[in-house]
Write a protein that binds this ligand. Structure first.
Ligand SMILES: C[S@@+](CC[C@H](N)C(=O)[O-])C[C@H]1O[C@@H](n2cnc3c(N)ncnc32)[C@H](O)[C@@H]1O
Length: 276
């Protein structure tokens, strides 16, 4: 674990303010080593070279569009591990992520202990997904990049979550097993969002709950080339709503009214899977 931030990770969301995180970051910066990963280790040099090639505009012809998006995604998270996020010391990334994830979760008005005796799964959990900030009896975080996140964020990931890079065994043994399933900022990053969406819902018990978040592109605004390359499957609100209606009769949605700098609207839906 990252010793320097351990006590701050126990703060309730109301006390984990941007000012508090900034102060922790400022105090850590003095002991920060350049080109050093304070939150884990580095990736294999060959993989680092491929990430660098892409970021410097050298295409790798053998990659499919999804593989390229994933390599760019990994490059982004490696940058977070080495350089920090939001100009914060990289060791503060877990605090930033906790604030962001619990802030989003709090929109549901559900308590953080709601699933304390239940089973939770997160699809596309990233290095420190929402799952790592909720109390639970049993938790699985799936992400195709988990084997790399395990290296880059070794000291930031606890041992209470089972992180897997392959969903097939979970789909085989744990269908309709989970009380709560999270999928946060993932579907537009996948090559086949409908398939992932169906797999996600297949893991939830009838009557179990879900939280789904997707960034929606404003179709009338331009997309940067990098955004296009990192998001192979842009989604619309109608598309997601139609899919959700197949699985749920009771859910609530939130759609931001402001565009992000990437011309995206923030969409989140939460509710329960139908009983039948
Ligand atoms: C923008 S990141 C979000 C990570 C995390 N949910 C968060 O918000 O911090 C998108 C994630 O989707 C994952 N992803 C891409 N394709 C996927 C797929 N087919 N199934 C599940 N996850 C996928 C990526 O590996 C990446 O970790």
């Amino acid at each position: 674990m990252i010793r320097e931030i351990e006590s701050y990770l126990k703060l309730p969301l109301s006390e984990l303010t941007p000012d508090v995180i900034k102060k922790v970051s400022d105090s850590l910066t003095q002991s920060r080593k350049q080109n050093f990963n304070h939150v884990g280790d580095d990736l294999d040099p060959e993989l680092v070279k491929q990430i660098k090639d892409l970021s410097e505009g050298r295409q790798i012809e053998s990659l499919s569009s999804w593989e390229e998006a994933q390599l760019r995604e990994l490059g982004f998270w490696r940058w977070v591990a080495f350089s920090g996020y939001n100009n914060l010391d990289p060791r503060c990334f877990p605090l930033h992520q906790r604030r962001h994830m619990l802030g989003a979760y709090s929109r549901t008005k559900w308590s953080v202990d709601r699933f304390a005796n239940g089973n939770i799964v997160e699809i596309g959990c990233g290095p420190l997904g929402m799952i790592s900030h909720l109390s639970t009896r049993f938790a699985i975080g799936f992400d195709p990049l988990n084997k790399y996140y395990d290296i880059l964020f070794r000291k930031a990931r606890g041992d209470t979550i089972e992180y897997v890079s392959d969903l097939a065994p979970v789909l085989e043994h744990k269908k309709e097993f989970f009380d709560f399933a999270i999928c946060y900022n993932v579907l537009d990053h996948t090559e086949n969002p409908r398939e992932i969406f169906d797999q996600y819902f297949s893991l939830i018990k009838p009557g179990g709950e879900f939280l789904l978040q997707v960034n929606i592109m404003d179709q009338t605004k331009p997309r940067s080339e990098l955004h296009t390359r990192m998001h192979p499957s842009p989604m619309t609100v109608d598309q997601i709503s139609n899919w959700l209606n197949e699985y749920s009769e009771h859910y609530t949605t939130h759609l931001s009214d402001k565009l992000s700098p990437d011309n995206e609207y923030y969409f989140m839906a939460w509710g329960s899977k139908s009983e039948s």
